[in-house]
Design a protein around this ligand. Structure first.
Ligand SMILES: [Cu+2]
Length: 375
């Protein structure tokens, strides 16, 4: 293996050993490719951001970026070796399926109970201990039905929805179905359209699902804190006509919910930070559907290395002739964007937020990183 960027033979040797150890440890050429792609092939990782804003948005508990200004000087050898070693160990954890070892995983579909014409969802709001990955201490968080994100609620346009939320917290709350056209008194804004749901109390939201597509439900009370601690979930309304649903309209075989957050738990996808994020695994030639939903307070540009994303809906509304193709899609807080991806190139494709302090630092990749694995 040659190391064209190294300036001394010692660097050469250290870098080569670290790289060999990584490839040998993970045992997958594809993962070697993943690492090379994300690290940019220099072995030095991504350069330190310099703005105060970038430093301020780093993940809690993550090593801060110490470099106050860009320097052309190469980094000292020990930092290079440390970076490669710790980066390799994170990738190894990802490859070994850390996401599956950390339980529970949110976004699981919750089948409604039928009560006459109504589709009924029985929901609890509780304090939970949430694991962002397998090594960090559990975080004091909040969950709908015990998970962050809560279960995915899915109905068909025209359905009568009845969702009862029981507040088992020691604080008041309220729940808003984000993106739905709702009767005003069902809008879920405490002190505006309803009283706050007191500890021990409950509130039933009842409405006819009118707005198709990708939506969300979340706390609308003390929301920076409550949503930031996990009170968020996906609410999907399928079109009444089955031919208009993604599996028929686009021929997709996977329908993936991707909810990001960026506050008290750090930078997360579906409540997890890399390496405990769930990879997307597809067969060569498979076409998949991803629903990006941003429940955080920052914009995140999702970048799927080289594989185009066909963007077909925004906030649930089909884009029609305004549909477009890109490989980096910025998703603002509150927005939902639906994309179709043709998995037509085999490999392990890094899939991450391209605000680099949300994805990779001196300890390797963390936070908003996963992979599309096509085989
Ligand atoms: Cu980001």
């Amino acid at each position: 293996m040659t190391e064209p960027d190294r300036s001394t033979s010692n660097d050469d040797r250290s870098g080569t050993i670290a790289r060999r150890a990584l490839i040998g440890t993970v045992g997958l050429a594809g993962i070697g490719g993943l690492v090379a792609a994300v690290l940019g092939g220099t072995g030095n990782g991504i350069g330190a951001p310099t703005s105060a804003g970038a430093a301020a948005t780093r993940a809690p508990g993550h090593t801060p970026f110490p470099t106050p200004a860009v320097s052309a000087a190469p980094r000292p050898t020990p930092a290079v070796v440390d970076h490669d070693a710790v980066a390799a160990s994170a990738v190894k954890r990802f490859v070994e399926g850390e996401w599956e070892k950390v339980k529970p995983y949110g976004t699981q579909p919750l089948a409604p109970r039928l009560e006459g014409d109504a589709k009924v969802f029985d929901m609890s709001i509780t304090a939970i201990q949430h694991r962002l990955d397998a090594l960090k201490e559990p975080t004091n968080a909040l969950g709908f039905n015990g998970t962050w994100p809560g279960p995915t609620l899915r109905v068909v346009a025209g359905d009568l929805v009845r969702a009862t939320f029981k507040n088992d917290l020691s604080e008041t709350t309220g729940v808003h179905f984000h993106g739905q056209r709702l009767p005003n008194k069902m809008d879920g804004v405490p002190l505006v359209t309803q009283d706050p749901i007191k500890p021990g109390g409950s509130f039933t939201y009842e409405f006819v699902a009118r707005t198709t597509g990708s939506h969300m439900y979340h706390s609308h009370h003390n929301a920076t804190d409550q949503v930031g601690r996990g009170l968020l979930g996906a609410f999907i309304v399928d079109p009444k006509d089955p031919a208009e649903r993604p599996e028929r309209k686009y021929g997709v075989t996977q329908d993936i919910v991707w909810i990001s957050n960026d506050t008290l738990g750090g930078f997360t996808i579906n409540g997890r930070g890399f390496p405990a994020t769930k990879p997307i695994v597809a067969k060569l030639g498979e076409r998949i559907y991803i629903r990006f939903m941003n429940e955080g307070v920052l914009m995140h540009p999702w970048h799927l290395h080289g594989t185009p994303m066909h963007v077909v809906a925004r906030d649930g509304y089909p884009l029609g002739s305004a549909a477009f193709t890109c490989d980096t899609l910025g998703v603002n807080p509150g927005e939902r964007w639906d994309v179709v991806v043709d998995c037509d190139e085999p490999g392990v494709w890094a899939f991450h937020c391209h605000i680099l302090p949300h994805a990779e630092g001196h300890d390797g990749m963390f936070g908003m990183v996963t992979a599309l694995i096509v085989s």
